[in-house]
Write a protein that binds this ligand. Sequence first.
Ligand SMILES: NC(=O)c1ccc[n+]([C@@H]2O[C@H](COP(=O)([O-])OP(=O)(O)OC[C@H]3O[C@@H](n4cnc5c(N)ncnc54)[C@H](O)[C@@H]3O)[C@@H](O)[C@H]2O)c1
Length: 282
Amino acid sequence: MEIKNVTVIGGGTMGNGIAHVFALKNYNVSLVEMNSELADKAIATITKNLERQVKKSAIKEEDKSKALSNIKKVVGVNNTPVNSDLIIEAIYEEKEAKLKVFRELHDKIKEESIFASNTSSISITELSAVTRPERFIGMHFMNPVPMMQLIEIIRGYSTSMETFEAIKFVAIKLDKIPVEVFDYPGFISNRILLPMINEAIFALMEGVASATDIDTVMKLGMNHPMGPLTLADFIGLDVCLAIMEVLYNGFNDPKYRPCPLLKKMVAAKKLGRKSGEGFFKY
Ligand SMILES: NC(=O)c1ccc[n+]([C@@H]2O[C@H](COP(=O)([O-])OP(=O)(O)OC[C@H]3O[C@@H](n4cnc5c(N)ncnc54)[C@H](O)[C@@H]3O)[C@@H](O)[C@H]2O)c1
């Protein structure tokens, strides 16, 4: 099945990045937001990011104009075009909210279309159960989407081989590198990354070293481009905690217990960059 019409639900950090990369590759993109202002904000962000690419000579001015002309703004999930070949959900990381979107789309959208979720941690198998499980898949893009090469492609329990192959092909057409992963809590990326971040927070809590020194060890000693505490601030501490809870509950294994300092900082609304303070001040 040829994928040409792509709908992205949610135009936040990830959704606008996903719409951006599809539009640059000449897909017809519908960008769905909750209201007109949020949709305009998402398109303004895409415009700004495309302009930055033009300035860096990564793309030409006409690529930018073409990409923007490929994006259509849609308000409300109920107005999702019925002829979408691929629908990628990128709304908040809340299971009930995501299930509601897929339930609503199920009866409306043509049967051959593929539904994907960009969830960081929620089970693809559970999300797929409210619609067509064999045509449902995880497409886990990385932030910032236009810059990052990887897409983790997560196969739910019932995802068909045909669906997987179609999505793998799309990822390659986007000039991304797809990696096949099966549906277990945290997939691969967050199952490995988040326990490392959580351990860095334990080390800080126990006074093993300062936040700056913990990050310096990992940057200079392990050649990580960014220390784990800086990265946690970038991801958002609330998001880090939510993912640790998915790992902890999903595996029922105490090795994934979220660090008490992480919980305390989230309760204090020290969420990292987005709140102006986390392990560091912004
Ligand atoms: N931020 C990251 O680094 C990152 C990385 C990979 C995956 N993810 C995942 O991507 C998803 C989105 O994360 P984000 O960081 O972009 O969140 P975000 O809060 O920046 O954006 C979510 C957007 O969804 C919109 N939205 C919510 N409900 C909607 C609805 N019913 N219809 C239309 N729009 C709706 C909101 O208005 C908001 O603009 C989450 O599942 C998250 O776990 C995030």
